[in-house]
Design a binder for this molecule. Sequence first.
Ligand SMILES: [Zn+2]
Ligand SMILES: [Zn+2]
Length: 313
Amino acid sequence: MTQPDITVRAVVTTDGPHLPDPTTRQDYARIYVDNGWKVFVLSPSKVPVANCEECAQPGYHDTVEEKEACTCLTCHALYAATDDLDRIDAMLARHPDGLLAIRTGAVSNLVVIDVDPPEGLATLANMKRAGVIRETAAVRTGSGGWHLFYQHPGGKVLSGAGKAGPKVDVKADGGYVVAPPSIHPRTGQPYTWYWDFPTAPRDVLHPRLRAHIQPPEPERRPIVPRDYSTITQNRLRGIVRTLLNADNGHRNDTLHWAAAQAGELVASGEITEQAAYEVLAEAAERIGLPPSEYGSAPHRGTIGSGMRKGMRK
Ligand SMILES: [Zn+2]
Ligand SMILES: [Zn+2]
């Protein structure tokens, strides 16, 4: 097996909170939380801890919000990640052999480039030759790969296998990485910071690497079709705008309100029920509501009940 010719050199800083010798999982967890990272615990085999009986039921705590709000200590894998040290201590106490892990993505202001040996090391060498790898905080993984820690650039950066190149994954929104002082279950080797302290600055992604892993969002067609009178279009746009700006906790209520408004337009003959449904469903999708909630057809779900209310007026 080829040894990595790695020169992702650590930039050691004296800034930030110092613990002289982080040795325990608790010590490391504190440093991670001080860095603004959200932490959770995996089982010793590197897979997430199983959900409790209740949370394992199909349909129970289905959405991201429900998973994040779940009060169980370790249910829902990365969604259990927290910066609450008491909760982290309780997780560690409950899973004495558990591996410490960091949730990546905007929640932790982290994008991690995950290099899997041996093929990924060759990819990394090519990326370095191409000049797209900036020196940054790095972890040598227990399997001989690397985790390169960068600042999250904002917007959405989805996680994906091989997204940065052959065997070089991106761990960002919706992802996580195993973190020191965890031991790799297969090799028995520890994950280690590449230098002696993990509070080095995280660089920003090289613009070309960022463009590669964060392609611009495709332009989306306007939600409200142009084939209505200006007055109707404006009313629909106003309804849609309110819906798109709904707070996370009020998306369903706001959709119900929006559907009732649209129902009035249907009742006055300005728009068909089907067309109103399509506009509302598209907006509901964009704010992340599932069809099971907003309604898979005009008479169903929140849209159906809201429109019925508006049409009765
Ligand atoms: Zn649970
Ligand atoms: Zn739960």
